[in-house]
Ligand binder design. Structure first.
Ligand SMILES: Cc1ncc(COP(=O)(O)O)c(C=O)c1O
Length: 371
């Protein structure tokens, strides 16, 4: 029987087609000006990103993974330095520590399914220099606790805010609590460009200056070579697209929060599921729902049921937590994270689905558990 409806997990062509005219106007404008590398659009975007998040400084970089690595390099990570990170995150979080010369130490998740502050504290030893919380799925960790631990032990905090632009804890933006953070503009991100892109934000001029040099062949803001560096610049064309999209960002976030409310209303009472927090469930948190990740009984069967009914879902990162990549040298066991990865699944959450699509997804989830 054909599916009643088709609800893909994400729709990459529509990331272009829904705004085709505006994007063509931007291509034409940037192309006519020949403004490809480090031009006004990039400066404008960096200023807008800093203003939006409340950070003092922002640097456009090639992608968030580079941004996180450059942040650790700017902080002077040395070989053997340990940084505690969550294991419920993209491998890129841990990779940025490793490629900057340090040792990633993944730990357990807490009740919010993000890094557990108690596990962070338990993992601190004389080699520890930093903590790297991931503000995952557009939800910010309890940064009061993370920052208090960092202060008590004299540790750096670099936030992986790749998924969290606009997410807030007690009114403060993700990415502005620690020494630095990186945000991703990968096309499927809430603020996505048409390729790879990222931004580093910081309130510290010294870190800004170092990240700036590292990302542009060692040149400082005046074009003077001050150190060794590389090329990890954000393309001016991508910045022009991001300027246009950032101007509409709050509307995009509102729509995602409305979708999350619908999921909550339709699925919230099902005992087979554990949903992420609903919008406004906790006044300390403002979530942007980069993803709608829940835990489900008989997860793999649910995924298959949704697939045959035309609904795309995602089990993030190939179904593996960071520490489960044993071939990369991890030996630790983290039972809570492992259990989470046996049950987690993401439902469609994007600007391309309408209310009927959301109801159809909910109908199908309910139908699966009624069977
Ligand atoms: C949690 C997390 N960290 C880091 C990254 C890396 O971002 P990028 O793809 O821009 O390098 C991503 C992106 O997908 C992410 O989701």
């Amino acid at each position: 029987m054909p599916c009643l409806r088709n609800v893909p997990f994400f729709n990459y062509p529509r990331a272009y087609l829904d705004e085709r005219e505006e994007l063509l106007r931007i291509f034409e404008d940037v192309g006519q000006r020949g403004a490809f590398i480090m031009q006004k659009d990039l400066r404008d975007f960096e200023n807008a990103l800093a203003a939006y998040t409340g950070a003092k400084y922002a640097v456009g970089v090639a992608n968030a993974t580079d941004g996180l690595e450059l942040a650790w390099m700017a902080l002077g990570l040395r070989p053997g330095d340990e940084v505690i990170c969550c294991s419920h995150t993209m491998l890129a979080t841990a990779a940025s520590i490793k490629t900057a010369g340090g040792v990633p130490v993944p730990v357990e998740l807490g009740e919010d399914n993000l890094i557990d502050p108690d596990a962070v504290e338990a993992a601190i030893n004389p080699r520890t220099v930093g903590i790297m919380p991931t503000q995952l799925n557009g939800h910010t960790c309890n940064m009061d606790r993370i920052m208090a631990i960092a202060k008590r032990h004299g540790l750096f905090v670099v936030e992986d805010a790749a998924q969290a632009l606009g997410s807030r804890f007690k009114g403060k933006h993700a990415g502005t609590f620690g020494q630095a953070a990186a945000i991703s503009f990968f096309p499927a991100k809430v603020l996505g460009c048409l390729g790879d892109g990222g931004g580093v934000i910081t309130n510290d001029y010294g870190i800004f200056d170092k990240v700036y040099q590292l990302h542009d062949h060692g040149r400082d803001v005046n074009g003077d070579i001050k150190s060794w560096g590389r090329n990890s610049r954000l393309d001016n064309l991508q910045a022009a697209i991001l300027n246009h999209r950032l101007a509409n960002y709050d509307k995009i976030v509102s729509r995602r929060r409305a979708i999350a409310s619908m999921y909550q209303e339709r699925l919230g009472s099902m005992e087979e599921l554990q949903l992420p927090p609903a919008p406004n469930a906790d006044p300390d948190h403002f979530d942007i729902y980069q993803n709608y990740e829940l835990q489900a009984d008989r997860r793999d069967n649910l995924k298959e049921h949704l697939r045959v009914n035309g609904i795309g879902t995602l089990i993030q990162w190939g179904g593996k937590a960071v520490h489960q990549w044993e071939r990369l040298g991890f030996t630790v066991k983290l039972p809570k994270v492992e259990r989470f990865f046996e049950r987690c699944i993401m439902l469609p959450m994007n600007m391309f689905i309408n209310d009927e699509d959301v109801h159809y997804v909910c109908d199908q989830v309910q139908a699966f558990y009624r069977k």
